[in-house]
Design a protein around this ligand. Structure first.
Ligand SMILES: [Zn+2]
Length: 329
């Protein structure tokens, strides 16, 4: 039978990169591997407040104690019996230059989502690529409450298709070398199907993937990406929804649990000292735990392959397969 998300989608767009070419063109979509914990949280509105605050240097930083062998990331954490995969995305990169530089100095393999309106974004992004990180455009989109400013050239629910397309182009032309896009804020826009259709059409022309940051629990952006033939996935965990060392560590442990349960997990953090301190301690522990850090483009490919394998193994139990809402043609 067909893979859960292998539907008759629109495949007539221009495929522009090796990334897209690496997918089977009749079956490049995946939804969830139906693991118990794979969907993660959907803590939306607070994230947008945090998202907005995250571009401002509050001057108050949390300090984390140095890693301890008996601590949460020490040898007491059991290795997975099988290798599992995580992707770590740092959003809002580029605005706070000091902490963006810290993010760029993380061990290679993190995925960095640059705000396209950041000063000197092209040079910062080029340095990040040189250091071995995957790049994304962190595309500003309208939040439910416009008290949070998404930034210039944000994608809004009242914009015409032409206006959206112009804004998308200005954002995506800000720097080079990125493989994908995710939403900055966007709890309103990611529920706005007509605007998302314009976005996905334009992303397809550029040959880039879309990661749904899931700032709204009822976002339809991932489904829209699938419908338009864009390689896509969603965030499972926000790392710094609460800005204490303990909470960030707890979020990293949650990321590990989701990866162990379903094989894969996507976590998003921000350029905050508390998050960067935790990642500097946590990333070097992954290998011993049989967890591999992979860039987002690899995550999308692997999750897709896993969905196909799952589908093949469960043909006797088709009711376990989840079909994306609205895709039952
Ligand atoms: Zn953001």
């Amino acid at each position: 039978m067909a893979a859960p998300a292998a539907r008759a989608f629109d495949n007539d767009g221009v495929i522009g990169t090796d990334l897209l070419a690496a997918f089977n063109q009749d079956d490049i979509y995946w939804k969830d591997v139906p693991a118990a914990a794979s969907r993660g949280d959907s803590d939306s509105t607070c994230h947008e407040a945090a998202d907005a605050a995250g571009v401002i240097d509050s001057g108050v930083q949390n300090v984390m104690s140095p890693p301890d062998a008996s601590g949460p990331f020490g040898p007491s954490v059991a290795a997975s019996p099988r290798k599992v995969f995580v992707s770590i995305v740092i959003d809002d990169v580029g605005i706070d230059h000091k902490r963006s530089a810290r993010a760029i100095d993380l061990p290679a393999g993190v995925t960095l989502a640059f705000l396209p309106y950041a000063n000197n974004v092209a040079a910062q992004a080029a340095l990040a690529a040189e250091k071995g990180h995957e790049l994304m455009v962190h595309l500003p989109m309208e939040p439910s409450r416009m008290t949070a400013n998404p930034g210039p050239d944000y994608l809004g629910v009242s914009h015409t298709a032409e206006e959206l397309s112009q804004r998308i182009a200005r954002n995506l032309d800000a720097f080079k070398g990125y493989k994908g896009v995710n939403n900055h804020m966007g709890s309103a826009f990611t529920k706005h199907a007509p605007g998302l259709a314009v976005l996905m059409r334009d992303l397809k022309k550029r040959g880039v993937y879309f990661l749904d940051s899931k700032t709204a629990p009822d976002s339809v952006a991932e489904d829209m990406a699938m419908a338009k033939g864009i390689p896509t996935t969603h965030r499972d965990v926000f790392l710094d929804h609460y800005e204490t060392a303990e909470q960030v560590m707890a979020a990293l442990e949650k990321t590990e649990r989701i990866a162990r349960a379903g094989g894969y997990a996507v976590a998003i953090g921000h350029p905050k000292d508390v998050t960067l301190d935790a990642l500097q301690s946590w990333l070097p522990t992954l290998q011993a735990k049989n967890i591999e850090l992979i860039p987002m483009s690899e995550m999308i490919k692997k999750r897709h392959a896993a969905t196909k394998a799952y589908s093949a193994a469960t043909t006797a139990a088709p009711t376990a397969v989840v079909t994306p809402a609205g895709m039952n043609e």
